[in-house]
Design a protein around this ligand. Structure first.
Ligand code: PBG
Length: 348
């Protein structure tokens, strides 16, 4: 604590004799003063969760007539197409911002052709949900892995996922989602050039107003494990490390995001969320478009498992994790906890 005289060139944080009450350290400075009551804590809180920022993922299957629980994601189900109108109503009632749809098709083949079938599970679900709740924002996951027999995110030849040939398939899938009424398409395949390919296809098909949410910084993560049970999309050989990002690379994520923006992305995403909060914070500092974070299946499964064992209070753990994701820079959060979190927030 050094007192300074005017004009001494002291840093603005230095203490002046005119304002001894703002003197630098303890005992004058007591950080606990603003934490003494819930009202004070609420007044000075920097980050607030809002169900309007949540996006709830739903798995829709065309081979079932009753919901089937997903064992590695307690509380989550594969839903029949016929249950989707009710789902839409529930999300709207809770004020949840959007849903993200994944399809489980009856038929898989080498090129994933049911991905762009107008009678496919996602396309039918969109129509059911839009008829019930027109204002609910529907985002669709655009990828081949749920539709290909080999479970990879693109066309495979000689054991390798072919980048350029996959672009056309993704474009057809995105266009068919837009035609069915999707509000936003979200490519998650990690092929180079897919955002530009989707933009061109959408514009050419009369959907220049349909935004693209790009899974820009998507890492090759073990935390997608439970999802692959839910979407029945595990690769039948190898893994996804030749197209998804290396978890060790933060600066490369900035390049991926910059490229997607250049290609026309309207929203960019960091995925997973919790192990990649540094990537999220950097993205928020560097880019000025909306940023989504995907709080993925494995992150959800960990909390559910700990809660089931009585090791964590699930409500507090989930809300703390979501707050951390938002504080790091997410404008919106894709989370399997969306419905429960919306209820907890409403309870206050
Ligand atoms: C499709 C896709 C995946 C996820 C979202 N879209 C799986 C993967 O890339 O293997 C993961 C979502 C989650 O784990 O919750 N490519």
């Amino acid at each position: 604590m050094t007192a300074t005289t005017p004009g001494s060139g002291a840093a603005p944080t230095d203490v002046t004799p005119r304002a001894p009450h703002v003197a630098g350290g303890f005992p004058a400075r007591r950080m606990r003063r603003l934490r003494r009551s819930e009202s004070l804590r609420r007044l000075t809180r920097e980050t607030a969760l809002d169900p309007a920022d949540f996006i709830f993922p739903l798995f829709v299957s065309e081979v079932i007539t009753e919901p089937i629980p997903i064992s590695s994601m307690p509380g989550q189900y594969q839903w029949p197409v016929g249950a989707m109108a009710r789902q839409a109503e529930e999300l709207a009632r809770l004020g949840i911002g959007a849903t993200l749809l994944f399809g489980v098709p009856e038929r898989k083949d080498e090129i994933g052709s049911s991905a762009w079938d107008e009678r496919g599970p996602v396309q039918r679900a969109i129509r059911e949900m839009k008829a019930a709740v027109p204002e609910l924002v529907i985002v669709t996951d655009v990828c081949m892995c749920e539709y290909t027999s080999h479970g990879h995110c693109g066309l495979v030849r000689d054991g390798e996922v072919q980048n350029d040939e996959t672009l056309e398939l993704l474009a057809r899938e995105a266009l068919s989602h837009a035609e069915a009424g999707a509000d936003i398409v979200a490519p998650s395949d990690m092929m180079d050039g897919r955002v530009a390919a989707l933009r061109e296809a959408l514009d050419g098909g009369g959907f220049s107003g349909t935004p693209i949410m790009a899974y820009s910084a998507k890492f090759a993560s073990v935390f997608y494990g439970p999802f692959r049970e839910a979407a029945e999309s595990a690769p039948q050989f190898g893994d996804r490390r030749a197209y998804q990002m290396d978890p060790a690379n933060g600066r490369e994520a900035q390049r991926e995001i910059a490229l997607d923006i250049q290609e026309g992305a309207d929203i960019v995403m960091v995925k997973p969320a919790l192990p990649y909060l540094d990537v999220l914070a950097r993205a928020h500092d560097q880019f000025d478009l909306p940023i989504a974070a995907y709080n993925v299946s494995g992150e959800y499964a960990m909390l559910k498992a700990a809660a089931a064992n009585g090791w964590l209070d699930e409500r507090r753990a989930a809300l703390e994790a979501l707050t951390g994701i938002k504080r790091a820079g997410a404008d919106m959060i894709i989370t399997y906890h969306a419905i429960e979190a919306a209820r907890w927030l409403a309870e206050g």
